[in-house]
Design a protein around this ligand. Structure first.
Ligand SMILES: *Cc1c(COP(=O)(O)O)cnc(C)c1O
Length: 420
């Protein structure tokens, strides 16, 4: 392994110190995620884990995960990560998987795989469509748009979960795939994957479970005795499942897995191209050249934390959640949404004089990143372990922001762009 080089040349040291200062200055207006000021986007378990991940990432800083012959370790790392995840989601080595750059790529490849599978297995389909609840992540809209497929997004029902009747009615002879979330990002609740599985079986559909958000929380919450519905490969009709390591796996950004029931299903993700003077080009991912750092970081996170580490992280989050619920409810004028299945909490205002968008704006002035869900309009708090140190401050700030809005009668327009 190359030894780290300390800049020997004075000129180079000066240049670097200038660049470093510029980077630090640019960060000046960012929300402070490491202090727990950003519910969403960032996920942090602790400083020890961050150190281990950074070191692992750095060890693979220069490698290219496209080069499986040049970098044989990349293949080993990918299969170790995939195997860990298959077991976590109720499967074994007879399944298969792909390490991807994120939830969007996992979903993109699931959709692509279903399309190729349907060409082979559903020959009567001439204009493929995919049926999903409107709560399915926007990445499905992106993937179907890119691939020229029809996406049928149907209304959700009770407790913001998939409405089985709506899904059933949207299915026709051109439907190839159905989607459920475990849980969905906007409202944080699980779809009934077991029932969606029965629908998939009746109509011969590829069933994808999007566990991008909850994949590395739900199995551990279950171990803690939390009521978690069946959502993974233990539901026999599940064909593929996505889970984001760069969310509650605490891996570096650029880490997700797409898992398949069988290696045959995985083959539908493959892209093979020969019409090129350089020769055969063959990949399972959307990306060509791929960073290997996220893969090494994911391997490190899974092994450093292990099952017990993830259980601890989950325990911490569930206790933050209790604190948040009682703290917010004690303020008065606000309502916390129940049920909240896992680690996303929504709340809004039930007092005419307290405009929730104005509350969000006041909170932002205090350096908090505040995401607001569009339908219904509610402030969203995706919990992660780092909030252990900021939850009391959050509730205290929220209390005084509500007071300011109540006294001043301030209102604000709904800001659509809080997840852009
Ligand atoms: C985050 C998320 C995605 C998309 O993942 P990216 O990593 O942002 O590409 C998809 N589905 C769910 C449920 C998510 O939470």
């Amino acid at each position: 392994m190359p030894t780290p080089v300390v800049l020997a040349d004075q000129k180079a040291r000066e240049k670097w110190s200038d660049i470093k200062a510029q980077l630090q200055a640019m960060k000046g207006d960012d929300c402070d995620w490491a202090e727990g000021k950003v519910p969403g986007y960032t996920y942090k378990m602790g400083d020890d884990l961050d150190y281990v991940i950074r070191e692992s990432y750095q060890m693979y800083f220069g490698e290219n995960a496209l080069g499986k012959n040049a970098f044989k370790s990349v293949v080993k790392l990918e299969s170790a990560v995939v195997d860990f995840c298959l077991r976590l989601f109720g499967h074994d080595h007879t399944g298969a998987g792909i390490f991807t750059s994120g939830g969007t790529e996992s979903i993109f490849l699931a959709v692509k795989s279903a399309r190729e599978w349907a060409k082979r297995n559903k020959p009567n389909v001439d204009k493929p469509n995919i049926v999903m609840p409107v709560s399915a992540h926007a990445a499905f809209g992106k993937a179907t748009y890119y691939m020229g497929l029809e996406s049928r997004r149907v209304p959700i029902g009770f407790e913001y979960r998939a409405d089985l009747n709506q899904l059933r009615e949207a299915i026709d002879e051109n439907t190839i795939m159905i989607v459920g979330s475990a849980p969905a990002y906007a409202h944080g609740n699980f779809d009934d994957i077991g029932s969606i599985g029965e629908l998939a079986e009746q109509h011969g559909l590829w069933l994808h479970v999007d566990a991008c958000l909850g994949g590395f929380v739900a199995p551990f919450a279950k171990k803690l005795g939390y009521p978690i519905p069946k959502f993974d490969f233990t539901v026999p009709q599940v064909t593929s499942l996505s889970a984001d390591l760069h969310k509650y796996g605490y891996a570096p950004k650029g880490s997700s897995v797409l898992l398949y029931r069988t290696p045959d299903h995985k083959e539908y993700a493959k892209f093979v191209f020969r019409d090129w003077p350089r020769g055969l080009y063959q990949t399972y991912t959307f990306l060509g050249s791929r960073p290997a750092g996220p893969l090494a970081g994911s391997f490190a996170a899974l092994n450093f934390l292990g099952e017990q580490g993830y259980i601890n992280a989950t325990r911490i989050m569930l206790s933050i959640k209790e604190k948040l619920i009682s703290g917010i409810e004690a303020i008065g004028g606000l309502r916390v949404y129940h049920p909240s299945d896992l680690i996303i909490l929504l709340y809004d205002s039930v007092e005419a004089a307290v405009d929730i968008n104005a509350v969000a704006e006041e909170m932002r002035k205090r350096g908090w990143f505040i995401g607001v869900v569009a339908n219904p309009v509610a402030i969203s708090f995706p919990i992660n372990p780092i909030h252990e140190k900021s939850v009391d401050l959050y509730v205290a700030d929220l209390r005084s922001c509500v007071e300011i809005v109540r006294k001043s009668g301030k209102t604000a327009a709904y800001d659509e762009a809080t997840y852009t």
